[in-house]
Design a protein around this ligand. Structure first.
Ligand code: SF4
Length: 299
C-alpha cells in the first residue's frame, strides 16, 4: 500500500539540504544549555586541576566559535531522532532518503572526517554513512502537524563507555543506582568528562538501550517531568560528582553536568538498566519543518 504524502518532491530536496547544514551546525555550534552548564561548573570548581581543564574546554569552544571550526575532531556516528506529527503529511521513505543524502552531502562538501566504517571489512566510504547508518529513530506524535529532526553526532570516546545490565527485580532501584554510579565512575576519563549521563530503565533490552540514548538529547539539566524520576536523577548526579573523578578524570567536583533518566514499563521478572554517556562536547541540533514547508534550525 502506498503511503499518502502531501509533501512535494521539492520539499524533500530542501530537507536534504537542511540536513546537510544541520549536521555541520551540530558539529560547530554548542547548544546554549551545555555552554551554560560548563560555565557554571567552572565557577563552582574548587579543585585547581579541574578548574584548569574546564577553562581549557571553554577556550576550545571559543576558538571553534571564532574560527568557525568543529568543536571536536570526532564527527561521530550520525544519530537522528525524528518526530513525525500525525498531521504532517510526510512520507517517511523519501524523508529517510533525504536524511541519508544530507549526511553524505555535508561530509563530502565541507569536507568532514568520515568516522563510519564497515565493522567487517573496516572499509570507509568517506560519507559518514554505511549499511544501516545514519542511525534513525522514529516516533509518531499524535495531534502535531510538524516534523522535528534532532541530530546527535555521537563521539566514540563516550559511546565506547556504554553499559547494559539485566538486573534482578530483587535488586530494585538500589541495584540500578549502584550500576549507574559504578559505570560512570569506572569509565574514568575515557568519555571526556564532565559528561551528561543518559540512563534507560525498564522496557526490553533494546528499548532500554534506546531510552538511555534518548535521555542524552534532552537539554542539559532539564529534569524528567515525573517527580520520582527527577529525585532519582538528582541523587545519581550527587553520587557521581561525590566521586571526585572530575573534568577529564583528573580530579574535581564536576564529573557529570547532568543525569537524565528515561523509563518504560518492563516484564515482571526483569529489571533492565542501560547507561549511555555523552561527553562535554554534547553536540546536538534540531530542525523543525512547519506544515507550510518553513524550516527552522535550533537546538
Ligand atoms: S568523546 Fe567527545 S570530546 Fe571526547 S574525543 Fe570524542 S567527541 Fe570529542
Amino acid at each position: 500500500m502506498a503511503i499518502h504524502s502531501t509533501w512535494s518532491k521539492d520539499r524533500y530536496t530542501q530537507v536534504g539540504e537542511a540536513i546537510a547544514a544541520l549536521y555541520v551546525k551540530a558539529l560547530k555550534d554548542m547548544p546554549p544549555d551545555v555552554r551554560n552548564a560548563l560555565t557554571q561548573a567552572e565557577r563552582r570548581e574548587t579543585v585547581a586541576v579541574g578548574r584548569t581543564v574546564l577553562g581549557t574546554i571553554q577556550r576550545n569552544i571559543g576558538v571553534a566559535d571564532q574560527e568557525n571550526l568543529l568543536i571536536c575532531q570526532d564527527t561521530g556516528t550520525p544519530v537522528y531522532f525524528v518526530d513525525i506529527g500525525e498531521h504532517s503529511g510526510v512520507n517517511p521513505v523519501p524523508l529517510e532518503r533525504a536524511i541519508r543524502e544530507g549526511t553524505e552531502r555535508a561530509t563530502v562538501r565541507h569536507p568532514l572526517r568520515s568516522s563510519v566504517v564497515s565493522p567487517i571489512t573496516r572499509k570507509n566510504d568517506q560519507t559518514n554513512t554505511g549499511y544501516r547508518v545514519p542511525v534513525i529513530h522514529w516516533e509518531f506524535v499524535p495531534g502535531r502537524d510538524d516534523v522535528q529532526i534532532v541530530i546527535v553526532p555521537k563521539g566514540s570516546g563516550s559511546e565506547n563507555m556504554t553499559y547494559f545490565r539485566m538486573l534482578l527485580p530483587a535488586d530494585g532501584v538500589q541495584g540500578i543506582k549502584r550500576f549507574v554510579v559504578e559505570s560512570v565512575v569506572g569509565s574514568g576519563g575515557n568519555p571526556c568528562p564532565p559528561v551528561i549521563v543518559g540512563v534507560g530503565i525498564g522496557g526490553s533490552a533494546d528499548l532500554c538501550m534506546l531510552l538511555a540514548k534518548k535521555a542524552i538529547i534532552r537539554a542539559c539539566g532539564e529534569p524528567n517531568p515525573d517527580p520520582e524520576v527527577q529525585a532519582l536523577e538528582e541523587e545519581l548526579l550527587a553520587a557521581i560528582n561525590a566521586s571526585g573523578l572530575g573534568p577529564m578524570g583528573l580530579g574535581g567536583m564536576t564529573t557529570a553536568l547532568a543525569v537524565h533518566v528515561e523509563y518504560a514499563a518492563t516484564h515482571i521478572s526483569q529489571n533492565p538498566v542501560a547507561v549511555n554517556i555523552q561527553c562535554w562536547a554534547a553536540r546536538r541540533a534540531r530542525l523543525v519543518i512547519a506544515p507550510n514547508g518553513d524550516i527552522t534550525m535550533g537546538f
